[in-house]
Every structure is written in structure tokens, then in C-alpha cells.
Design a protein around this ligand. Structure first.
Ligand code: PLP
Length: 404
């Protein structure tokens, strides 16, 4: 086989489809977020980022930076080992306690990312609970899907957020077999929210465990930033809450929070936990500082909500169509991969606005979009500039307008 020709050919197919991913080369500015420097062959420019998952700007919060600096000075750069072999530092232990407390659980277990936490936890539970059946929402994230596949457990996919379909499947299953229902609270691309209570009711009725991915909700919802389950008073009904430290918390890493026995089980059997270097202590300390701050500070959450509301109001006035939802995510619909990429390029080049185009397979074909994530640090002027630019490009591309 001509390996090089194969790789190039596959990449050409992506390019022709408008799906070839070009990463924006950014230099984030601590203290200046959402500003960043963008570097390309055209040169260097100052831009405003509108698609970051640093939803609350915690990646530059002074308390978070101080904790990270101080811990580097105290412990050095890396953890120095896997959690089992010399890599467990007191900052990991403190962070796990903080996370357990955040979600009202007995215990928590850290992973190197949210992706790894889903992959390892679902993979381990599905593989090692004898005869386990996993019921998975059709909209679940790739990390959950890969974990479930890796487990080789029998799996059933229920229609997205459809409790009737979930129950239809549950009814067909052997009542004596162990079951796990895996779903999310905030779905990141459409920004819609899962029916957590109804799923918990079904889980109780059919003797299933529940596994809830709160990656896009941690820090953002609930009186202490515990997520949608906290906001709705449902945390005690969820068997496993999974989250990330890389989005609203502003650092990096992932975790599960659950009973002591379940976390200890995953700790003891999950290869994705055991055989990898622990997060740097400074990362763990920064995440702890961020979570502690968000447990008592509401200004980031209220500021973020205010920006979302204002952006929606301005988009409505300009007739730029976006998907309605009850979360903080504003998906502006384009519906064509090439146009989506073209608009994104023009936003960057002409207006200094960075929004990465979202194409298949992240979203279904025909639903290509600009996924906009306002933060408390976007100003009124930022919003006016963004909506003005989108409105001009909508006219330029003869895209459909929403009825204002
Ligand atoms: N779960 C969901 C729903 C996600 O959207 C993502 C990432 O975007 C992850 C898990 C993975 O989290 P992380 O970025 O920390 O690996």
C-alpha cells in the first residue's frame, strides 16, 4: 500500500467536503480574555474569542492563577508518576474531596480529562458488572460512546431526550440484569437539557443505575455550581456524576463523583485511570481554587446569563437565526459546511471575531453552525460588533433570516 497517498487522499476528501479542520493558532491573554492574538500566514492580529468553553473566564481568575503559581513553586511542574506510583499529591486528594462535596457524593475520582473519565468509567462499569446492559442517549458525547463500545456491554440507544423511548426499551429487558442509563445534562451542540428527573424515575422503576455527564453544566448551574442536577435537587438520585475541570472551571482534567465503593472500584480496575501520569499538582490546586470560588460567587454565573440574554435579544432584532434552548449555548444555524467555514473565515479576517465552524460529524450534515458561547467578559460593544458582522454576512451569503 502507498501509505502517504492513502493519508493524503483521505484528507482531500475532508477538504472537498468542507470538513477539514483548521485550528486557529491563538495566544490567550491572561487578564484580557476574551481577547487573544491570532497568528496565521496573513500575520498577527488581535481578535475576540466567541467560542471558548472557558464559559466564565475562570482560566484567568486571579485566585486560580495564584493557586497555580504557588503550587508550581511548592511542588514543581509535574506529578512525577501515576496516581499509584508516587503521583498522588495532597492537591489531588484535596481536589477529590472538593468535588465529592460539590456533588453531595461520598467520593470523587480524578482523571486527566473529561473524555478519559467517561471512557474509563463507562468502559470499566460496562465491562466488569456481570451482564450489564447500558442504555445510552442518542445524543451522547463521543467519549461516552467510545467508553460504552469499549466495555463490550450489551447496549441500547434511546432517542435523544425521549423518556418514552427509553421506557419502551427498558420494558423489553430482563428485569434481573444490571442496567446503567448514560446521558447528559446540557448537550453541548444544541444546548438542550436532559429530562433528569424523568430518567431517574425510570431508573428507580426498572432497577437501573444512572450516569450523568454534567461537563457543560459544572460551575454554570446550581447554587454552588454543582450543575443541573444540583439546580433541580436531583444529585442524590444520580449514581455517577461526571464532569470536567476544563470548561467552566477553567483548567483541565475530568472526574466522576459517586459512592465510595463505586469510585474505589473504578480506581482499582480502570486502566485509563491506573496507567497514566497524574495531573500536575498545580493543575489540581488551580481547579480546587476555581471550584471553591464558584461555590460561593454568583457574579460569574449571573454575568454570563445576562450576556446570553442580550446576545439573543440582539440576534432576534437582526433576524439572525439561532437554536432556542434553556442553556448558555447559542447555536447560530448556517446549514451548509462550506458556507459555515467561509463565514467563520470572514469573521476572523474582516471583523476580528473568532468562532470555529462546527461541521459533521460533530453535528449532523445540514445543521452546520456557529456555536457561540458568551462569557461574562464580553462587553455590550462586543455583542453589537458580533451581531453587526453576522447580519452583514447573512445578507452577503443570502442566508435565511429568522422572523424577528
Ligand atoms: N463530555 C461532553 C458532553 C463533552 O462535550 C466533552 C468535551 O467537549 C467531554 C465530555 C470531554 O471533556 P474534556 O474536554 O474535559 O475532555
Amino acid at each position: 500500500m502507498n501509505y502517504e497517498a492513502f493519508f493524503k487522499n483521505e484528507l482531500d476528501t475532508l477538504r472537498n467536503d468542507g470538513r477539514y479542520r483548521v485550528f486557529a493558532n491563538l495566544e490567550r491573554k491572561a487578564g484580557g480574555f476574551p481577547s487573544a492574538i491570532h497568528r496565521s500566514e496573513k500575520g498577527e492580529s488581535d481578535i475576540r474569542v466567541w467560542c471558548s468553553n472557558d464559559y466564565l473566564g475562570m482560566g484567568q481568575n486571579p485566585k486560580v492563577l495564584k493557586a497555580m503559581h504557588e503550587t508550581i513553586d511548592l511542588c514543581g511542574a509535574g506529578a512525577g508518576g501515576t496516581r499509584n506510583i508516587s503521583g498522588t499529591n495532597r492537591f489531588h486528594v484535596e481536589l477529590e474531596k472538593e468535588l465529592a462535596d460539590l456533588h453531595g457524593k461520598e467520593s470523587a475520582l480524578l482523571f486527566t480529562s473529561g473524555y478519559v473519565s467517561n471512557w474509563a468509567a463507562l468502559g470499566t462499569l460496562g465491562a466488569l458488572i456481570p451482564n450489564c446492559i447500558i442504555l445510552s442517549d442518542a445524543g451522547n458525547h463521543a467519549s461516552m460512546i467510545e467508553g460504552i463500545k469499549h466495555s463490550r456491554a450489551e447496549r441500547h440507544i434511546f432517542k435523544h431526550n425521549d423518556v418514552a423511548d427509553l421506557e419502551r426499551i427498558l420494558k423489553t429487558l430482563d428485569p434481573d440484569r444490571p442496567k446503567l442509563i448514560a446521558f447528559e445534562s446540557v448537550y453541548s451542540m444544541d444546548g438542550d437539557i436532559g429530562p433528569i428527573k424523568e430518567i431517574c424515575d425510570l431508573a428507580d422503576r426498572y432497577g437501573a443505575m444512572t450516569y450523568l455527564d454534567e461537563v457543560h453544566a459544572v460551575g454554570m448551574y446550581g447554587p454552588r455550581g454543582g450543575g443541573i442536577a444540583e439546580r433541580e435537587g436531583l444529585m442524590d438520585r444520580i449514581t455517577v456524576i461526571e464532569g470536567t475541570l476544563g470548561k467552566a472551571i477553567g483548567v483541565v482534567g475530568g472526574y466522576i463523583a459517586a459512592s465510595e465503593a463505586l469510585c474505589d472500584f473504578v480506581r482499582s480496575f480502570a486502566s485509563g485511570f491506573i496507567f497514566t501520569t497524574a495531573l500536575p499538582p498545580a493543575v489540581a490546586a488551580a481547579a480546587t481554587a476555581s471550584i471553591r470560588h464558584l461555590k460561593t460567587s454568583h457574579s460569574e454565573r449571573t454575568g454570563q446569563r445576562d450576556r446570553v440574554q442580550r446576545l439573543r435579544m440582539k440576534l432576534d432584532a437582526a433576524g439572525v437565526p439561532y437554536m432556542r434552548n434553556d442553556s448558555h449555548i447559542v447555536p447560530v444555524m448556517v446549514g451548509d459546511a462550506k458556507k459555515c467555514k467561509w463565514i467563520s473565515d470572514l469573521l476572523m479576517d474582516r471583523y476580528g471575531i473568532y468562532i470555529q465552524p462546527i461541521n459533521y460529524p460533530t453535528v449532523p450534515r445540514g445543521t452546520e453552525r456557529l456555536r457561540i458561547t458568551p462569557t461574562p467578559l464580553h462587553s455590550d460593544a462586543d455583542i453589537d460588533h458580533l451581531v453587526g458582522a453576522l447580519s452583514e454576512l447573512w445578507s452577503h451569503c443570502a442566508l435565511n433570516r429568522a422572523v424577528a
